[in-house]
Design a protein around this ligand. Structure first.
Ligand code: NAD
Length: 295
């Protein structure tokens, strides 16, 4: 597929760095969440927070941004003034996400495992929009099974997206950012990358590997002006959790001191903080956003 075919939409051909942000982003008040089969994600202790514009005019790539945590992150970044490019697999999902996000979003159909696709997509973004200053490595999959039942294909599939994909996109971004002496790379780990989880040999290995890449890159790239951090979400209300039976969800809620799952927006808020200059001296950190599950 050529670059033009990969490009789902552009920024509408209009971008003025001095222009006001979209009306939807100004002083927007966000609700903490809504009830679903995952249980209520609202809490009397979550106050509504006015969005501030910490990412004004930054250009961010969010992998796996067509839904879930990636979509919520793209939305939050745009609310804070960024222009966001989604890299995701499914053309229709990317187009629908871009449509919802508005004119500060664009998208590419990219498989994060494929170096050449990733390189071409970065080239296109940078030639049409400018230097990518933030990369959120968020694309991820699960193929759960107990160790004795896990086949080679399930193991390799998860390693391919969650580990190789992070490496491929991270390398592409780092090569460009280190030359410019500026940038932020954010990786998505998980609580299970720290503590392990029954039935997730492949997934837990990748999420632990993501932590190792984060700390390694923080050391390599810090001297070149590039910060690298990770977020380790707890169980979060997204499609990835659809296959988890209600009985298990109930156990997860009861093990979490805040007694609920996270909303994708709560994970997005951590990414927005780490991407912003509010985190200007934070490098090589893994920020748990898990309601205290891992205590
Ligand atoms: N949901 C949770 O409870 C949870 C907890 C901890 C960590 N995480 C991590 O957060 C990240 C996002 O999870 P989510 O729950 O939003 O998942 P999700 O399944 O809702 O969304 C994942 C997105 O990644 C995209 N994707 C998958 N393979 C891809 C590839 N090869 N190239 C490009 N895009 C690809 C999918 O199309 C999808 O849009 C993942 O890395 C996941 O491991 C999720």
């Amino acid at each position: 597929m050529n670059e033009a075919a990969n490009l789902v939409t552009t920024f509408g051909g209009r971008f003025d760095p001095f222009e006001s942000p979209p009306a939807s982003g100004l002083g927007k008040v966000r609700a903490p969440g809504e009830a679903s089969r995952f249980g209520s994600t609202s809490s009397p202790n979550v106050r509504r927070v006015a969005t501030i514009m910490r990412l004004q005019d930054r250009i961010a790539v969010v992998t796996g941004g067509a839904r879930g945590i990636g979509f919520a992150t793209a939305q939050r970044f745009i609310e804070e003034g960024a222009r966001v490019v989604l890299f995701d697999l499914e053309e229709k999902a990317v187009a629908a996400a871009v449509e919802k996000l508005g004119e500060l979003a664009s998208g590419h159909v990219v498989d994060v495992r494929e170096s050449e696709q990733v390189r071409r997509a970065f080239d296109t973004v940078e030639s049409s929009c400018g230097p990518v200053e933030i990369l959120v490595n968020n694309a991820g999959i699960t193929r759960d099974a107990m160790l004795h039942k896990m086949d080679d294909a399930s193991f390799d599939a998860v390693i391919g997206v969650n580990l190789r994909g992070v490496f491929v996109c991270g390398r592409e971004a780092a090569t460009r950012m280190r030359e410019r002496g500026r940038g932020v790379i954010l990786n998505t780990s998980s609580v299970v990358g720290i503590y392990g989880n029954v039935g997730q040999t492949n997934y837990a290995a990748t999420k632990a590997g993501v932590i190792a890449m984060t700390t390694t890159w923080a050391k390599e790239l810090g001297p070149r002006g590039v910060r690298v951090n990770a977020v380790a979400p707890g169980y979060t209300n997204t499609e990835m959790m659809q296959t988890v039976p209600e009985k298990v969800l109930e156990i997860l809620r009861s093990k979490t001191p805040l007694r609920r799952l996270a909303t994708p927006q709560e994970i997005a808020a951590a990414f927005a903080f780490l991407a912003s200059d509010d985190a200007s001296f934070i490098n090589g950190h893994v920020l748990s956003v898990d309601g205290g599950l891992t205590l």
